[in-house]
Design a protein around this ligand. Structure first.
Ligand SMILES: Nc1cc(-c2ccc3cc[nH]c3c2)n[nH]1
Length: 244
């Protein structure tokens, strides 16, 4: 997978050189290219923003640098076009389902906005030749798209074959196949500062352990994300079990 990221703070994306994504890039599973949007400005101040049409507070990102950046990185007459992801509080919710969908794309491009956002015509223009998704990573407001891109790139990259060591662990995560939150995990020591690992996990009885983990996942989901439980539609062992 090729990933292009456009930002006026390219150093913000240095985190993509680390850990899982960094290793995937070094191994050739990912081709990560970070671009400074100001490389497509032509004035002495490398201007990327201007006042909002119609008035209002703050500044808006000018369309021209974005148009030139997209044309340079994904030429109109090129052999392929990326899927463009634009982080915004006004976007469709990012989800594990969308992460899996994006992980199947050969080429993603991320447009990091700043100020009050990017001139709306940029997404319109890009939409004439590539798929554009305006995406929110949650109902809270950041100062720019860079953090959202780091979140989405990590969520997507870890789904790529060969990126994480044990693909089986993907199946048991929160928001994975069964729609429940993941169960609590423990390791050694079995007793720590007066807190013990649940006995069932030391029993060696794999059927009992699996049942306990499922029950814990249902309980957690009922307590913390009743909305997911409704969607899950599974039979809760008993009202008391889930709520206790
Ligand atoms: N989910 C979410 C996205 C954002 C976001 C994304 C881009 C920009 C550009 C300027 N402010 C921004 C905020 N906040 N919260």
């Amino acid at each position: 997978m090729r990933l292009d990221v456009f930002s006026i703070f390219p150093e913000y994306l240095a985190a993509l050189d680390l850990s899982l994504v960094g290793k995937a890039a070094k191994s050739g599973l990912l081709d990560v290219r970070v671009h400074d949007l100001r490389d497509w400005t032509h004035d002495r101040h490398r201007t990327v923003d201007d006042t909002p049409s119609g008035g209002g507070a703050g500044m808006v990102m000018k369309p021209e640098p974005w148009g030139e950046a997209l044309d340079a990185v994904a030429p109109v007459d090129g052999p392929a076009q990326p899927r463009l992801i634009v982080p915004t509080p006004a976007g469709r919710p990012f989800s594990q389902e969308l992460a899996y969908e994006l992980a199947a794309e050969p080429w993603l491009a991320f447009a990091c906005g700043r100020y009050e956002g990017i001139d709306a015509r940029v997404a319109e223009y890009a939409g004439e030749r590539m798929r554009v998704d305006e995406v929110s990573i949650g109902d809270y407001v950041l100062n720019g798209g860079e953090v959202a891109v780091l979140v989405m790139v990590e969520a997507v990259a870890r789904l790529l074959p060969g990126v994480i060591g044990n693909p089986e662990s993907l199946a048991e995560e929160s928001h994975s196949g069964d729609g429940l939150l993941e169960y609590p995990v423990y390791t050694k020591p079995t007793s720590w500062r007066g807190h013990d690992v649940p006995d069932v996990l030391l029993s060696g009885n794999h059927a009992l352990i699996a049942q306990w983990r499922h029950d814990q996942a249902v309980r957690r989901t009922a307590e913390r994300r009743p909305d997911l439980l409704a969607a899950w539609g599974g039979v809760v062992a008993g009202k008391d079990d889930a709520a206790a």
